[in-house]
Design a protein around this ligand. Structure first.
Ligand SMILES: [Zn+2]
Ligand SMILES: [Zn+2]
Length: 184
């Protein structure tokens, strides 16, 4: 942590994080983390977290492995519990914090609040680093925008061409109930 009350000093720390798996994502190489801390006010610390990593998951439609390269930044504002900001007050501080580092970030970088009981000489930002990684992982990944997916009947990969079920003109099983409808 930079010295308390010094709003010019900026402490940067860089490290690599070995994650094996997180939800549906596998990590075959370490996550590169860069954190920069700076006091904005006496009881308000800004921490910029920059992340760079590669991760592997499955296409939501055809289940083929897909590798994503992610590089992004988020900012956290740590304040003392009880120091309650209105939404506008928080927003003003978030913009001020971002404005101090426009070489690195832009005014659209997300800023999230964190409340702490007290400020020690060090700060454990592991929960925020983990949260940042989760926030940067998309909830759904496709191998390509027009992935045709798997046949719901036989499981064939329809990206490789139509399967036997499709060729024989079978109706989608989800629609087959409609086949028996008769109009009086
Ligand atoms: Zn796919
Ligand atoms: Zn099929």
């Amino acid at each position: 942590m930079p010295p308390r009350g010094d709003d010019v000093a900026c402490i940067a720390e860089e490290w690599e994080l070995n994650l094996d798996k997180l939800e549906y994502y596998r990590f075959n190489s370490p996550v590169k983390v860069l954190a920069k801390a700076r006091w904005l006010e006496e009881n308000l610390l800004s921490v910029l977290i920059a992340l760079k990593f590669e991760t592997e998951t499955e296409c939501a439609r055809c289940l083929k492995p897909v590798t994503l390269a992610i590089s992004d930044k988020l900012m956290y504002l740590y304040s003392l519990c009880g120091l309650e900001f209105s939404e506008e007050e928080f927003e003003a501080r978030a913009q001020a914090a971002l404005a101090l580092d426009l070489d690195n970030i832009n005014l659209d970088t997300p800023v999230m609040p964190v409340e702490v009981e007290y400020f020690d000489r060090t700060l454990d930002i592991a929960p925020q680093v983990l949260e940042s990684i989760l926030l940067l992982l998309p909830s759904k990944v496709l191998c390509r925008d027009d992935c045709a997916g798997l046949c719901p009947e036989c499981g064939a990969d329809l990206n490789e061409g139509p399967c036997a079920c499709n060729l024989s003109g079978n109706i989608d099983p989800r629609l087959s109930v409609l086949k028996d409808f008769k109009l009086e």
